[in-house]
Design a protein around this ligand. Structure first.
Ligand code: PLP
Ligand code: COI
Length: 487
């Protein structure tokens, strides 16, 4: 029948004493919760002591002591050996292991490269069908423990975002248009049948993590904190279906130039064999599968001495779509031309910013189809003045040379002067060198404001606000609930 149980947060020695009575234990946010029946020690038979019951009790049921947790009939109980019980215990201990000390930060002037170094913390939030997104927390950067059958490993139900935090001249930290990444992640989630995360929650999560790891935001010219939010399907099941469980995670990496060339012009190979995306596919969203499928072309281009691939449309292989992991712009006879969004091109946030900026400077901008033939005609007649790629990681990257079939074309007049490219680049990265632009979202490093609002989860009361994070070294959440930052 149903039996009243109590929930305890226990320390190591108490846990050992309770061991025989533990019905369930859950590690969350650096604390271990155990559930024990409310019985006198003398009432428990030898047999019952050996039972370690793993019933389906959710964390909110665990924490709500007014709820009676059903204890299944004895015959339905799952008996677990002492060895198995010890194994569970050890696993739980490993999950809550935390680093002893912060990692060494890069030295001033050290070449950061892109995506090699990771900060001290990460953000995690779980999704369970029926519960919604829950248990938002900032935890030490650490490996994930996932079931090998988790859907993400088999059917790639996964997606990611990329955005940057910049250190301003006055020492403050600001994000470049994080709401736009949040909106794009919503459409990505929709396309992949992943439940949405509200824009405000996404932005708050980014702010919360960056506030905790604010000392990792580099200040050297052309550096930033690259922020990588991603969602993975974690349900352990091999049937092809949308997962009933997910994790949304954010990690951060202090980074410099994405390309080895830095802001020097890159050489591009026009790819005719492989395509990146096609109508009705997933080109317009940021899912990992797009990048897996792009690698063969990337390898081919590298072998030929080119740093990126120029992607043509997936139907006629005639119209220009993107360049590597960037959108592409041309200046032809004084007009700025970029391929129109057609469902297979990623709607880049840098792309959108450059269009807005160019329009605000009074420059003519055309979003339209542009064929590779038209481009090469423009190059031959001298009308093609500049060409550049736009993306968060690479920011603005001038294209110096294009190889199409067996011909190599040089962009511009050969002087390698790219005034428009440089102007766009300066304005987009102004976030990092000036104080504020219209695209800035400031991260308060003294206090992360507001309650971390969660969808559909009764366990996330306002008390579980990430407002507790004050940007100083976070303390273990002593009594602060399992969702606060833990060091
Ligand atoms: N296109 C692709 C395929 C990308 O991976 C990226 C990178 O995010 C972009 C374009 C540029 O998008 P954004 O400017 O939002 O970074
Ligand atoms: C970005 O520019 O943020 C990207 O996602 C490109 C990348 C795949 C490194």
């Amino acid at each position: 029948g149903r039996q009243r149980v109590d929930t305890f947060v226990v320390d190591e020695s108490y846990r050992e004493r309770l061991n025989g009575f533990i019905k369930k234990q859950v590690a969350e946010g650096g604390q271990v919760y155990v559930v024990c029946p409310v019985v006198e020690e003398s009432q428990v038979s030898e047999e019952e002591e050996a039972d370690l019951l793993l019933s389906d009790i959710s964390i909110d049921e665990l924490l709500d002591d007014s709820i009676d947790i059903p204890i299944p009939e004895k015959k339905k109980r799952k008996r677990i050996s002492k060895e198995a019980a010890e194994k569970i215990e050890n696993t739980v201990k490993r999950e809550v292991k935390i680093p002893d000390a912060p990692k060494a930060k890069p030295q001033k002037g050290e070449k950061l490269g892109f995506g090699h170094i990771f900060t001290d913390h990460m953000f995690i939030m779980d999704y369970d069908e029926g519960m919604g997104w829950h248990d938002a927390r900032v935890v030490p950067y650490q490996p994930l423990s996932l079931d090998p059958s988790a859907l993400v490993f088999h059917y790639a139900q996964e997606c990611f975002e990329g955005l940057k935090a910049y250190r301003c001249a006055d020492g403050s930290v600001q994000l470049f248009r994080p709401d736009k990444n949040a909106e794009r992640m919503q459409s990505t989630h929709d396309r992949l049948c992943i439940p949405q995360i509200p824009v405000a929650d996404f932005v708050d999560a980014v702010k919360a993590l960056v506030a905790v790891d604010k000392d990792w935001v580099p200040s050297e010219p052309d550096t930033s904190l690259y922020i990588r939010p991603f969602t993975i399907a974690t349900e352990p099941i091999l049937g092809v279906k949308a997962s009933a469980k997910y994790q949304f995670i954010i990690i951060c990496s202090p980074s410099g130039a994405y390309y080895a060339e830095g802001l020097n012009p890159v050489k591009i190979y026009v790819e005719e064999e492989f395509v990146r995306a096609c109508p009705g596919g997933t080109g317009a969203i940021k899912c990992g599968g797009n990048y897996a499928a792009s690698m063969a072309a990337g390898e081919k281009a590298h072998k030929l001495g080119y740093s990126q691939v120029l992607w043509l449309d997936g139907v006629e292989r005639k119209y220009i779509e993107e360049v590597g992991a960037m959108n592409i712009f041309f200046k032809i006879n004084g007009t700025i031309v970029t391929p129109m969004l057609n469902g297979s091109i990623l709607p880049g946030i840098t792309r959108n910013s450059v269009i807005e900026l160019c329009k605000s400077w009074g420059l003519p901008v055309e979003e339209r189809k542009i064929s590779v033939e038209e481009l090469l005609e423009a190059q031959k007649s001298g009308a093609l003045e500049e060409c550049f790629g736009t993306g968060t990681a690479a920011v603005i990257s001038p294209v110096g040379k294009l190889r199409y079939k067996d011909e190599v074309f040089t962009i511009g007049d050969g002087t390698e002067e790219y005034p428009l490219t440089n102007r766009c680049c300066a304005q987009v990265t102004a976030c990092g060198i000036r104080t504020r632009t219209k695209y800035s979202t400031v991260v308060s490093t003294s206090a992360v404001g507001g309650t971390f609002k969660m969808l559909g989860s009764p366990c996330c009361s306002p008390d579980n606000s990430l407002a507790a994070i004050d940007g100083t070294a976070p303390e273990a959440a002593a009594g602060g609930g399992p969702y606060a930052a833990t060091a």
